[in-house]
Design a binder for this molecule. Structure first.
Ligand code: CA
Length: 218
């Protein structure tokens, strides 16, 4: 899961970024509303942590523009504004969840996991498919009841494919979800992860769609 943090406070932004990486998310951090909106228009994110008081474009303006553009990305508003009126405005502008500062990083991570699974059309905290079970909170995978050791990117790749079961994900989409900005990605990186997953789990689990990408059927 790749999330975008839009927060202008440097210490807080660094803290959230570190905390979300610790929780197993790929995370990027931007410090003003316009940059946040530009990034969300250009690239796929699983969820957004959005401050309201931001330079260049406020959090509420960003949110309205995002929803006007028909983006369905889950947005969690994280702000010091704590009156009922603020919360109502945030949710009615298109926010999916609302947390008031100060907050707990573990709770933020759990709320993001809940938003992402709901957005994928699922209520269950465990993702299951045939013999495979994936626990995004504990970052554990089991195959036919036995734990399977997966590298971080293998786990993330599998998670994306399961969240999008029945849909083909292109190599570019998968790279964007798995690798942070500025990282050098080997041209065959996704293929290599898929190869390892097939070997560790089951050869038939992940389907290659020639010339397009990969999918796990529904
Ligand atoms: Ca702020």
């Amino acid at each position: 899961m790749r999330i975008l943090i839009v927060e202008d406070d440097r210490l807080l932004g660094e803290g959230i970024l570190a905390g979300m990486k610790q929780a197993g998310f790929q995370a990027e951090w931007l410090r003003d509303g316009q940059s946040g909106l530009d990034a969300l228009r250009a690239e796929p994110f699983s969820a957004v942590v959005l401050d309201l008081g931001l330079p260049r474009l406020s959090g509420l303006e960003l949110l309205r523009k995002l929803r006007e553009a028909k983006s369905a990305v889950p947005v969690l508003i994280l702000t010091a504004r704590d009156t009922p009126r603020d919360i109502i405005n945030g949710l009615d502008a298109g926010g999916d969840d609302y947390m008031v500062k100060p907050f707990d990083l573990g709770e933020l991570a759990a709320r993001l996991r809940a938003l992402v699974r709901r957005a994928a059309g699922s209520a269950a905290p465990l993702l299951q498919h045939g013999g495979l079970s994936l626990d995004p909170a504990a970052r554990l995978a089991t195959w036919e009841g036995r734990p399977v050791e997966l590298a971080q990117r293998e786990f993330d790749l599998l998670h994306e494919l399961l969240l999008n079961a029945g849909r083909v994900l292109t190599r570019a989409q998968l790279e964007a979800k798995l690798y942070p900005w500025g990282s050098e990605v080997e041209s065959n990186a996704i293929e290599v992860h898929v190869h390892h997953l097939r070997r560790k789990l089951s050869a038939g689990l992940i389907h290659t769609v020639r010339g397009v990408g990969y999918m796990i059927p529904k």
